[in-house]
Design a protein around this ligand. Structure first.
Ligand SMILES: [Zn+2]
Length: 245
């Protein structure tokens, strides 16, 4: 191949070596230090659990950060969760996925999470301390108040990261459409995702159906994105930015 010069850099050799890489290698080579951020202890597993397990299995260091204490007393819907059991359940779920649940210096009260410089800098410090290159977080137009704030905290804190991907951990109809364009095939990881979700008590599984409906959504995305004759599962993400080195 003719070598093309750009400035003083010869790029012909680089193109040859890139051709030898599989697409997956290129993706996994980029996503080495990953931080998945959730407002509550089950969000990351719901929105990106299969993807995080896949990345961890491909030599990435994957961390999970939760921003609120997840304490819920929603009498009208008979939903009650406490901090300590939610934290432990979250840790068990993270272990199943092969990822590490970080202990932040503090948790905000559930429903009281706000974008402010203190919360943003807490996340920013973790991103710098762990040399994070890729962040997964809530969609910016989510309808759940903590999710909206967590999204803003995350994408401001991650402004120097090369990849920021949004997930949706609930199944609400949102003010702005969550229409994913980046998909991870989690057909091999879906059993791990289900096992991780099963670590959480029934009150996390809203109306006894959120976990099951999420896996159904993964199945629909698996069909839409892969179009295989067999059943596939996929997680879908909306990119804020996606740089491939
Ligand atoms: Zn949540």
């Amino acid at each position: 191949m003719n070598q093309i010069k750009k400035g003083s850099v010869v790029i012909g050799k680089e193109i040859d070596s890139i051709n030898e890489l599989r697409y997956g290698d290129l993706m996994y080579r980029n996503m080495q230090k990953v931080l998945a951020i959730g407002a509550h202890f089950d969000d990351v597993e719901l929105g990106a659990g299969g993807t995080l397990a896949k990345l961890a299995n491909n030599r990435a260091k994957v961390y999970k950060l939760v921003l609120t204490d997840d304490v819920t007393n929603f009498d009208q819907k008979k939903i009650k969760t406490d901090f300590e059991s939610s934290r432990k359940e979250g840790e068990s779920a993270a272990n199943i996925l092969g990822i590490t649940q970080i202990e932040p210096s503090r948790y905000e009260k559930c429903t009281k999470l706000e974008f402010n410089s203190i919360n943003m800098q807490l996340v920013e410090k973790i991103i710098f301390d762990y040399s994070i290159d890729t962040v997964f977080t809530h969609f910016l137009s989510d309808i759940q108040q903590d999710h909206v704030e967590a999204s803003k905290i995350s994408y401001v804190a991650a402004r120097y990261c090369k990849r920021v991907l949004f997930y949706q951990s609930n199944r609400y109809i949102l003010p702005k459409d969550f229409y994913p364009r980046i998909f991870f095939d989690i057909t091999k990881e879906v059993d791990k995702k289900i096992k991780a979700l099963n670590c959480f008590s029934k009150d996390h599984d809203r109306f006894g159906n959120l976990f099951q409906q999420t896996i159904k959504q993964n199945e629909v995305w698996g069909y839409q994105s892969i179009l295989g004759s067999k059943t596939n599962f996929a997680e879908g993400f909306v990119p804020l930015k996606m740089v491939i080195d």
